[in-house]
Structures are given as C-alpha cells and as structure tokens.
Design a protein around this ligand. Structure first.
Ligand SMILES: [Zn+2]
Ligand SMILES: [Zn+2]
Length: 371
C-alpha cells in the first residue's frame, strides 16, 4: 500500500464546487455509484475528489451511519446534513485525509496487489511496469471478495485508469459492473478516450476541468500563502490547483516562463538531430529532479495552445491538425513519464511528433537591431 502518497492534501481541494456538490448528492443517495470516472488533466485535483468521495461514503456523521465504538463517556455525535459532510473530524475522515486508511487503495502501474497465478513461481517482480496487469486485477478481485478492514465502503482508486493492459481490462469488467456492496472504484484519467467503451459504460463520469486563475489565487491566499506569491503561482499553474500548490511552496519550479517559451519556439523550428539532443538534455534533467521538467512540459503545452489560436480561425487544415497532434504528444509524454516508461523514448517521441515551424522572429530580435 502506498500510504502517505496523498497525505494531508484532502483539505486542499481548490475549486470544483459543482463536482463536490454532485459527490455529496451521489454519496447521500440510497444506492451510491460503485464506479466513478474522474476525467480531466493532471494536477486539477482528480485524486483528491476521489478521496473526498471515500470520506463522504465513510464519514461517521452521515445520516444512517452505524454508531462508532466510542468511549463509554462520549455521546455519539448527531448526524450532519448532507451539505455539511464530510465532517473532517471523525476517525475515517481523518485517516483518509492523512493517507493511512487501510481500506483506501491506490492502484496504478507497478507491483501493487500483484497476485501471480496459483503455482506460478516464476512470476517476475515488475515495479517499473507501465501497465496495470492481469496479475494486479487478480489481486483486486481477491481483495473485493473480502470485507473491508474497517470501512463501510472500501475505495479503490485506479490512477491512471487508461493503463489497463488488454487482458486486465477484460477481466476487471465484471468486478466494475457488480462490485460487492462494500467496495467502490474511482477511475482517474487524463485520456478517457483511450479507455475501452465497455469500462466507460460502467462508470459514472465526472469531468474535472481546469480551475479559473482567480479561484486558484483566492484558494492559495486562504491557505496562508502570501498574496503576491499566490498571484504568480496561480498564473503559472494554468488552471491546475495541484501545480499551483507545488509552485507556491517551491517557486524555483516555475522557471522563467518567457525564457522557456522562447526555447520552445527555437526547438519547434529545429531539425530532428537538434530535437534528439534536446530530448537527451530533458532526460538528464528528469533523472536529476523530475520537478524541473514539469514547467518545460507546461511551456510546450502553452506554446502549442498559442499556435492553435493562430491556426484555428479558418486557418489551413494541416496546420490545425499538426498543432492538435503536437498537443496530444505533450499529453502522451506526460502519461508515459508518469507510468515510468523509457524516459528518453518518451521525450524523443514527443519532440519528433512536433511539426517543424517557420516563425517570424519576434520584433526585439529583428536582425536590423543587432546590426
Ligand atoms: Zn467524518
Ligand atoms: Zn504481477
């Protein structure tokens, strides 16, 4: 179990009031959905929303909850109205927020829940695998067949859910369709279009969108971040509160945005050989400190989004298509890197998918000025 990986962040959901309202309604219903899909870009708060659903389902102060085994003296707390939940104070609420609830499980590519076929002693360990494998799905099936340790609802968060290997996707269907009453799934994905329809159709889908800059800024200030720093971090986070929180605590991660965008423009005009050299440079930096590369991927995304605005209004078709393909390539690289795929291959693939541009030099670099 990867305890601690979501520690102390549940209380930091910024934005998404509509989704939080919907989660409360769903959790309070007579038959809460047993499979959610939280679809949206990385860093927007998808995992936190999944954990919030786990808290709503398990809070001891929701109406109809079994009375916890409290001390003899303490009066049990009366139930709260659905819009006041989760209480944030009871044992399940606290343990889920702290990342040490035994029934909240995060499943992703790797070794988590790996259960080889009976008698298969040659099953190799695969902590670095890039897919969610059939052996892990066997582990899931075995787990859900047992009662939770202490929760009302066990929660299995699958992140990223677009990484089920073929056979694994097929095998997990039945469990997703009819999980035992005490288990709920939350599937997380930035690329829901690559999840098979058979899985999608079993999930209640919630689209997690980027959050307005002003909401992120206010959220950071509310959490005690200095207003000036909050404004800068919110601007650089491009709608992703998770990124904004990281930037606010480590401003060095933001990099120099203008400088990065200029670099993108240079690389976009360069030939394959130069791009391969740049991929090598990125790989090197990724190995030293992954956080140093994230602003660069963000810059690439901004760069191609900027091109999209130029290409879109009645512009020529091929430019639009290749710009969209470039944006998709950035996304694929992010998912591949997150799944520990061959780092260098991921960067090369991304950079070589970018179209080669011919750009006007920006005014301040007009050759005449330097002559
Ligand atoms: Zn609670
Ligand atoms: Zn395995």
């Amino acid at each position: 179990m990867r305890a601690g990986c979501y520690a102390s962040f549940v209380s930091t959901i910024i934005g998404h009031d509509d989704i939080l309202r919907e989660l409360r309604t769903l959790a309070a219903s007579a038959d809460p959905p047993h499979a959610l899909l939280l679809a949206g870009p990385e860093g927007t708060g998808r995992r936190l929303l999944a954990l919030e659903y786990a808290r709503l389902l398990n809070c001891e102060r929701r109406p109809g909850a079994p009375t916890p085994q409290a001390s003899f003296l303490a009066e049990p707390n009366p139930p709260l109205a659905p819009d006041a939940l989760p209480c944030g104070e009871c044992r399940p609420c606290r343990h889920i927020a702290e990342g040490n609830h035994p029934d909240v499980i995060i499943l992703g590519p790797g070794d988590m829940l790996c259960r080889p076929r009976p008698g298969d002693s040659s099953h190799p360990a695969h902590p670095q695998s890039r897919d969610i494998r059939i052996c892990q799905v066997r582990g899931v099936i075995d787990l859900v067949s047992r009662f939770p340790v202490e929760a009302n609802y066990r929660m299995i968060v699958v992140d990223p859910a677009d990484r089920f290997a073929r056979e694994a996707a097929h095998t997990v269907l039945k469990t997703l369709e009819e999980p035992p009453g005490h288990t709920a799934f939350a599937l997380i994905s930035a690329a829901p279009e690559s999840i098979r329809e058979t899985i999608l159709s079993r999930c209640r889908r919630l689209d997690v969108r980027t959050v307005p800059r002003a909401v992120i800024e206010a959220g950071l200030v509310e959490r005690g971040i200095d207003p000036e720093a909050a404004a800068v971090a919110a601007e650089a986070a491009r709608g992703r509160p998770g990124r904004a929180i990281a930037f606010a605590s480590r401003p060095d991660l933001m990099g120099d945005r203008g400088r990065l965008l200029e670099k993108c423009a240079r690389v976009a005009q360069s030939r394959a050989v130069e791009r391969i050299r740049y991929a090598e440079e990125l790989t090197d930096r990724w190995r030293r400190d992954r956080a140093l590369v994230t602003p660069e991927l963000d810059a690439w995304e901004s760069f191609w989004e900027g091109r999209l605005r130029v290409a879109a209004p009645g512009g020529p078709g091929p430019a639009l298509a290749s710009t969209l393909a470039a944006l998709r390539a950035v996304n694929t690289a992010r998912t591949d890197l997150q799944a520990n795929v061959m780092t260098r291959a991921a960067f090369e693939l991304m950079l070589l998918s970018f179209p080669r541009l011919t750009l006007e030099p920006p005014p301040q670099e007009e050759p005449a000025l330097h002559a």
